[in-house]
Design a protein around this ligand. Structure first.
Ligand code: MN
Length: 276
């Protein structure tokens, strides 16, 4: 852990901000907050309603409200706020206004359902952690690879263990860890593996239906397609019983394409005659 200036506060516990996109009442959030309880001082700042798949959106055209929330974990009640906005709003507001000081770690989840492959771009869970990484705070997102129900216990143990490691080692500014945990008992997990995002896509279509006024409305549905046979991918890892840890960054620049793009001719055609 980073050294601190000498102060009256001896061995201050690390402050940990816990958030999610499934909302303040989600069982995965409760499991994550409880798992962090002996790691540091926990403050929960989470959306009041489910915000899955809102990505990195923020609230700009209406006020964001936060109210204290009676958040009970087995060892007692912890400080918690329910926020009217998105996961990213929660991180920004938590750090700027609600927390007593800057957190040492931000953890997001534990999401109900995997956040692997292309789904990372849509995930509010990951965006909460991404926002923390942008602000220079070590951050981790956790997702449980099961869409409904299930037991978060193994995921919570994994989350605690990885969080301790990150508090010890730190992370480079701008880089977060995206962790996916298979739906297995803790003893059945085959270990941790460092992965990359699998290449994938959704084959989607909108179902068209009619409302009671006979106006059409649309509902998105689709089938997930894995386009990647790599054994170092997040999908391969969780399908084979490993905890997948993918380092993720918000820099969306396609660095590998910069040289190619520089070789294009960019001068406007109208300027050609001047060359002679
Ligand atoms: Mn979610």
């Amino acid at each position: 852990m980073k050294g601190r200036e000498a102060s009256n506060e001896i061995q201050e516990k690390p402050l940990i901000l816990v958030s999610n996109d499934d909302g303040i009442e989600a069982p995965g959030l409760l499991s994550l907050a409880a798992a962090m309880d002996d790691v540091g001082e926990v403050v929960v700042v989470a959306p009041v309603t489910e915000q899955s798949a809102v990505g990195h959106s923020i609230t700009l055209r209406e006020p964001v409200r936060a109210r204290t929330w009676p958040f009970r974990i087995p060892s007692g009640v912890i400080r918690a706020y329910a926020v009217s906005g998105t996961p990213v709003d929660c991180i920004k507001l938590g750090i700027d206004k609600l927390l007593p000081r800057s957190p040492s770690l931000v953890v997001s989840g534990i999401n109900q359902g995997p956040n692997t492959a292309v789904n990372i771009i849509y995930s509010g869970t990951i965006s909460a952690a991404t926002e923390a990484a942008i602000l220079g705070i070590p951050a981790i997102s956790f997702s449980f690879c099961r869409w409904t129900g299930g037991d978060f216990e193994a995921s919570a143990r994994v989350a605690r263990s990885i969080s301790l490691r990150v508090l010890e080692r730190g992370l480079p500014s701008g880089i977060l860890l995206n962790v996916n945990i298979p739906d297995l008992p803790f003893e059945k997990l085959r270990g941790y593996t460092i992965t990359r995002q699998a290449k994938s896509k959704w084959e989607e279509s909108f179902s068209e239906r009619k409302d009671p006024f006979d106006r059409p409305y649309y509902w998105l549905s689709g089938t997930f397609v894995n386009q990647d046979s790599g054994e170092n991918t997040d999908l391969y890892a969780v399908d084979n019983g490993y905890v997948s840890i993918t380092p993720v960054q918000h820099d969306l620049t396609a660095h590998q394409y910069i040289d190619d793009l520089q070789s294009w001719t960019w001068e406007d055609e109208t300027s050609e005659p001047e060359k002679l």
